[in-house]
Design a protein around this ligand. Structure first.
Ligand code: SF4
Length: 488
């Protein structure tokens, strides 16, 4: 059972530069999304969200059928499908393939699924060079970090930090201008593309009726990774399916807008098998690695399987008040923010990071913006229930149980409740003043932490019951409803 990373959280919260970087970047993405879904630029955006939700629901409920259809169509186009039960199985098969084909250099485009299974580490361990070619991913690969955000992996890095990193790792002169930093990365990566023997991509969508892998990006690196090397490997979770090519239109309408506020991302590539006779480019061999890694377990849960609808747009992270304060690295897995808070417990069990479903204010902003309408707050509540059940099983809820028993006993006795409320109010009011003025003589961690970040409001001078009685008395005296201001 992993505890809350309190020290690490404190560091994030007390780093003003980091706070500004997260707040600025997510704020910009929120604003861009908002502008891109205005009725003047897209007719009824909500209707596309409904449609995307329906398509995903249908696909996930018929996943077995569409997976088989995808496999048949991909094989018919000359590709091969490798099924992987879990992360270890996926890494083993990819490594075997690389060894069989004598691959020493791999160029890779951004893929959260390969991050999920820690693929780079395994390949590097086997002395195979793996280079991330998406600029953000390249930066965090050089820094030996994991992505900070699903869409913008280096969101937390300032250009000054990138300048230091490039100088240290690439031996180039310090350069703080972003465009020039991009040119440095471009120069280094161009050589890697030319030398790459295997190209690796993720997949935004897998189209069952066409046997195609769809990759969406802005930099053109995924297109180069998938066409320059002689072997192409796409790695995808089994939930990435959509039934028909025509369904893609709906997702293209919502994905770019939700992720970066773009009506359409710059490149949309359809990868469907190796190069055919007469074609001038493309790989000689094409493999699709389909990963389960816990997804069928999520699928089996009728109430929470909608978590698999996610198209990794990152909008829920940008709009989450918790993510915007604690950033991406305080979440225990590669998936951060609200989607991470519901995926991690389902993939790893609620007992592993029991605090995670509580890392939410339940404000509902995530569900409001999710392009596939995943009911994240509802799933969080369900996970909280499971955490409590798990704690009960482990006998860790004794104090809570007793507290709620006392509470319910008092609530059933109105006069006792009233006495307790007024006595508590008077006592609490005094205690508030005392706690504010004096340094705490006794260390009570929850109270101490609470007071360090918040003002504790004094209790109101009169309780609701007193106000109600006064109102009734006034009504009786005046023979009608009193004006609002008469009660203050
Ligand atoms: S849960 Fe919804 S909003 Fe969050 S990343 Fe997935 S698709 Fe985007």
């Amino acid at each position: 059972m992993n505890p809350l990373p309190a020290e690490q959280l404190r560091e994030t919260l007390s780093d003003p530069k980091l706070q500004l970087a997260i707040y600025d970047a997510t704020g910009r993405l929120m604003q861009k999304r908002k502008t891109s879904i205005q009725p003047e630029v897209i007719d009824d955006f909500q209707q596309y969200r409904d449609q995307a939700n329906r398509i995903k629901k249908h696909t996930i409920e018929n996943l077995d059928y569409y997976l088989e259809q995808l496999e048949r169509n991909l094989i018919a186009r000359g590709g091969r499908v490798l099924w992987a039960a879990d992360a270890e199985d996926a890494k083993r098969q990819i490594l075997e393939l690389a060894r069989q084909k004598g691959v020493r250099k791999i160029v890779k485009s951004k893929s959260m699924t390969t991050e999920e299974i820690d693929l780079n580490e395994s390949l590097e361990h086997a002395h195979i060079e793996v280079v991330e070619t998406d600029l953000g991913e390249y930066i965090i690969q050089l820094a030996h970090e994991r992505p900070y955000h699903i869409v913008a992996p280096a969101l937390h890095k300032t250009r000054y930090q990138v300048a230091d990193l490039f100088t240290e790792k690439l031996g180039v002169e310090r350069e703080e201008v972003i465009e020039k930093q991009t040119m440095i990365a471009r120069r280094v990566l161009r050589e890697k593309f030319l030398a790459g023997e295997m190209g690796m991509t993720g997949a935004n969508f897998l189209i069952a009726d066409s046997g195609a892998v769809v990759v969406i990006e802005n930099e053109g690196n995924a297109r180069l990774s998938s066409s320059a090397p002689r072997i192409q490997v796409a790695v995808a979770g089994i939930e990435k399916l959509i039934p028909r090519a025509q369904d893609l239109a709906t997702f293209l309408k919502v994905l770019g807008r939700s992720a970066t506020g773009q009506p359409l991302t710059v490149y949309t590539s359809f990868l469907s098998g190796p190069r055919r006779p007469g074609e001038i480019d493309g790989p000689e061999e094409f493999y699709l690695v389909l990963i389960d890694n816990g997804r069928t377990r999520v699928l089996a849960d009728k109430d929470k399987r909608q978590s698999l609808y996610c198209i990794r747009c990152g909008a829920c992270l940008n709009h989450c008040p918790v993510y915007r304060k604690i950033g991406g690295h305080n979440y225990p897995w590669v998936y951060s923010g609200p989607i991470g808070a519901i995926l991690s417990p389902q993939f790893h069990g609620v007992a592993k990071d029991p605090w995670l479903p509580y890392a939410s204010s339940l404000c509902g902003a995530c569900a409001e913006v999710c392009p596939v309408k995943i009911e994240i707050p509802k799933i969080l509540l369900e996970l909280r229930r499971e955490v409590t059940e798990e704690k009960t099983r482990q006998g860790k809820t004794g104090f809570e149980k007793l507290a709620f028993r006392i509470w319910s006993w008092v609530m059933c006795r109105p006069s006792l409740y009233e006495f307790g409320a007024s006595a508590g109010g008077a006592l609490f009011g005094g205690a508030t003043e005392w706690l504010k003025k004096s340094p705490l003589p006794i260390k009570v961690p929850p109270l101490e932490n609470w007071l360090a970040h918040r003002d504790l409001p004094p209790p109101p001078p009169r309780s609701f019951r007193q106000l109600w009685r006064e109102r009734q008395a006034l009504r009786d005296r005046t023979g009608g409803a009193p004006g609002k201001d008469q009660l203050h």
